[in-house]
Ligand binder design. Sequence first.
Ligand SMILES: [Zn+2]
Length: 155
Amino acid sequence: MTSKKIIREKGSNNWYKTKKKLAKVHEKIANIRLDFLHKFSTKLIEENQLIAVETLEVKNMLKNSNLAKSISDVCWSKFIELLTYKAKWYGRDLIKIDTFFASSQLCNNCGYKNKEVKDLKIRNWKCPECGKVHDRDINASKNILDEGLKIQKAS
Ligand SMILES: [Zn+2]
């Protein structure tokens, strides 16, 4: 048996030490992530009177492997939680847009609904109605903000 095999033996002192070290690394990463979420949510709240967010169906999106990493990485639900209580503290409007709103498919310029954009691989698209070229995420963000403003006005 080589020495390498011995130190990795499950239940050995070295195995426990390595396990402990790894747990510390995970803890450190979690702290860095939370720190980022805190700073970013505070900045957003301080700089804006209205923040509109889409309440993503995280469970469904995790099934999509492309999205799974980014969603778990940013801890979306934790982020929303931080935004929610900070909005209360600062007296800001946090408006949650439900997932039924087709933020990605609507052309922000003319309102045309392009169902082909449902395909998540499409990052840029040209509106067949008005010809405007969109970046998928920027167009969706504009629609979410417009919807948020509409809801704010109505309430
Ligand atoms: Zn259009």
